[in-house]
Design a protein around this ligand. Structure first.
Ligand code: FE
Length: 165
């Protein structure tokens, strides 16, 4: 038989488990990764449009088909709209049919990824390696040679045409 003391011990153990679980979950969500470019929300609001802020800093998603960059295939680079770091080359852009600008490969060291458990599914979130700005997600149904589809929010990108030589 369990004594009252056993139940007390069990209760304490459970409470400990629960609080550490809660703390872990909380810590995961609020962990502030360090980036080369860090700004407060107020500072980001000063340099970004409301749509850019919503995507880059709040993990928002633009409405499919709304970005003029979706169907643009001019030669050049796609830079981060937050910090201007070149992220993708037009050489890796393709029409995914999703209504979002899509690429099969980022530039070297341009992006970082993390696990995104929003929307009841697990996806791989993609962000700028320099400012941490949210860009979109990467899926494993892209074309060769990588088989990856970097599904980007056009509003998080700034197209820089290749200089005419
Ligand atoms: Fe950036």
């Amino acid at each position: 038989m369990y004594s009252r003391r056993d139940f007390t011990k069990l209760g304490l153990a459970l409470a400990g488990t629960l609080s550490s679980t809660t703390l872990t979950a909380h810590a995961t969500e609020t962990t502030e990764e360090r980036f080369e470019i860090m700004k407060t929300e107020a500072e980001w609001k000063q340099v970004l449009t409301p749509d850019q802020f919503n995507v880059l800093r709040k993990h928002g998603t633009e409405r499919s088909g709304t970005s003029p960059l979706d169907k643009s295939y001019a030669a050049g680079f796609y830079n981060c709209a937050g910090c201007d770091l070149p992220l993708f080359s037009s050489d890796t852009k393709f029409d995914s049919g999703t209504g979002w600008p899509s690429f099969f490969q980022p530039l070297d060291k341009a992006i970082g990824t993390s696990v995104d458990k929003r929307l009841f599914s697990t996806r791989t979130e993609v962000h700028c390696s320099r400012c941490g700005g949210h860009l979109g997600h990467v899926f494993e149904d892209g074309p060769k040679p990588t088989g990856l589809r970097y599904c980007m929010n056009g509003v998080a990108l700034k197209f820089v045409p290749k200089a005419a030589s």
